[in-house]
Design a protein around this ligand. Structure first.
Ligand SMILES: [Zn+2]
Length: 309
C-alpha cells in the first residue's frame, strides 16, 4: 500500500499479549516515514532511527490515564483536536493508541470521529488483544491485522538471540507456546508462569462450581498485589474467551492463555453468568488498582462470584 501510495489511515493490530502488536505498530510507522519510501523500513535513515528510539516528533504514543490502564475520554478528545495540526517533518502524523481493550464506549466514540474522517496526513494505529473489545463502528472502519504465535523453532531462535539458557528457553516454550513476549517475560524472571498456573486453577474451580475450591485458589493470591492483578487480568481474558466461544463456537478467535479452560467454562456457564463474572472481576481490578485493601477485596470478590454462580 505504501509503494502504491494508497495508505490506509486507520489500522488495528490485534492479538494476544506478548505477540508483538506494539512492535508491529512501530514497524508500520517506520515503513510509512522511512526516507527510502520503498515500503520497508531501511533502519538507518534519520526517520527510522528516531522511531527506533521513540523520539520521532510525528509518531505520537497515546498515554492511558484510567485506573485499569484504559483511555479516558479527554485523552482521546485531545488527540482528535491535535490531529488537524500538520506533521513536523514526516509525510504523516501517526498516532499509536495501544491496548484499547478496557476503553469504555464513550471514549471509543470520541475517537470514532477521527477514524471516520481522518485528515490525509494522519494515520491512526490501534492495538487490542481482541477485536470484540472495540465498537463495531470502529472495526468497520479500520484495516485489521492479526498477530499470531510463531512456531516453536522460530520462538526458540528469537529467544536465543537474547542469550538465555537453551534449556530454560525450551521450558518456557513448553509452558507458554510460541509467544515470544510471554516467554521473554518468563525468562526475565517475571511471575507469568505462576500467574498462568493460578489462573488455570481458578478457571477450573469456576468450572467445578465448588465454592470452597474457588475460595482456596483466590487465597493463593493473598498479599501479592502485582501477582493478583496479573492473574485477574489473565482471568478476564479466559472469561472473555468463554463468552466469545458461546457466541460463535470458534476456537480460532480465542486469545487467552487457557483456551481449553475457556471452552469448558463456556459449556458449564451461561453467557449471562460469564458476563456477570467478567464484570465482577473487572470491578475488583479497578478497586485493587485504586489501592483498596487486597485481602478484603479478594474476600468480597469471592463472595460476589459465588452469588453469580
Ligand atoms: Zn529508513
Amino acid at each position: 500500500m505504501i509503494i502504491k501510495d494508497r495508505v490506509v489511515n486507520s489500522i488495528l493490530v490485534y492479538g494476544e499479549k506478548g505477540l508483538g502488536k506494539k512492535t508491529a505498530a512501530d514497524y508500520i510507522s517506520a515503513s510509512l516515514l522511512c526516507e527510502q519510501k520503498n515500503g520497508t523500513p531501511c533502519g538507518v535513515c534519520k526517520s527510522c532511527r528516531m522511531i527506533l528510539h521513540k523520539t520521532h516528533p510525528d509518531v505520537i504514543y497515546a498515554e492511558p490515564s484510567g485506573k485499569s490502564g484504559n483511555y479516558k475520554i479527554d485523552t482521546l478528545r485531545e488527540i482528535v483536536e491535535n490531529s488537524t495540526v500538520l506533521p513536523n517533518e514526516g509525510r504523516y502524523k501517526i498516532y499509536i493508541i495501544s491496548d484499547m481493550d478496557n476503553t469504555l464506549v464513550p471514549a471509543q466514540n470520541a475517537l470514532l470521529k477521527l477514524i471516520e474522517e481522518p485528515p490525509d496526513h494522519c494515520v491512526i494505529i490501534l492495538t487490542a488483544s481482541s477485536r470484540s473489545s472495540l465498537l463495531p463502528t470502529i472495526i468497520s472502519r479500520v484495516v485489521s491485522l492479526s498477530v499470531h504465535e510463531v512456531s516453536k523453532d522460530s520462538c526458540e531462535k528469537a529467544l536465543a538471540k537474547y542469550g538465555y539458557n537453551i534449556d530454560e528457553i525450551k521450558k518456557s516454550i513448553d509452558i507458554l507456546g510460541g509467544n515470544i513476549g510471554k516467554c521473554k517475560s518468563y525468562l526475565d524472571g517475571e511471575e507469568i508462569v505462576d500467574a498462568v498456573t493460578i489462573t488455570k486453577n481458578i478457571t477450573d474451580a469456576l468450572i467445578s462450581g465448588d465454592e470452597y475450591l474457588i475460595l482456596k485458589e483466590f487465597n493463593e493470591l493473598a498479599g501479592a498485589k502485582p501477582m493478583t492483578l496479573t492473574v485477574l487480568n489473565l482471568l478476564c481474558e479466559v472469561i472473555r474467551d468463554a463468552m466469545s466461544y458461546h457466541a460463535c463456537c470458534d476456537e480460532s478467535n480465542l486469545i487467552s492463555t487457557y483456551k481449553n479452560g475457556a471452552v469448558r467454562l463456556s459449556e458449564h456457564t451461561s453467557k449471562a453468568k460469564a458476563r456477570k463474572i467478567y464484570l465482577v472481576v473487572t470491578k475488583y481490578i479497578d478497586r485493587i488498582n485504586s489501592n483498596g485493601n487486597l485481602s478484603l477485596a479478594l474476600n468480597s470478590l469471592c463472595s460476589e462470584i459465588k452469588e453469580t454462580l
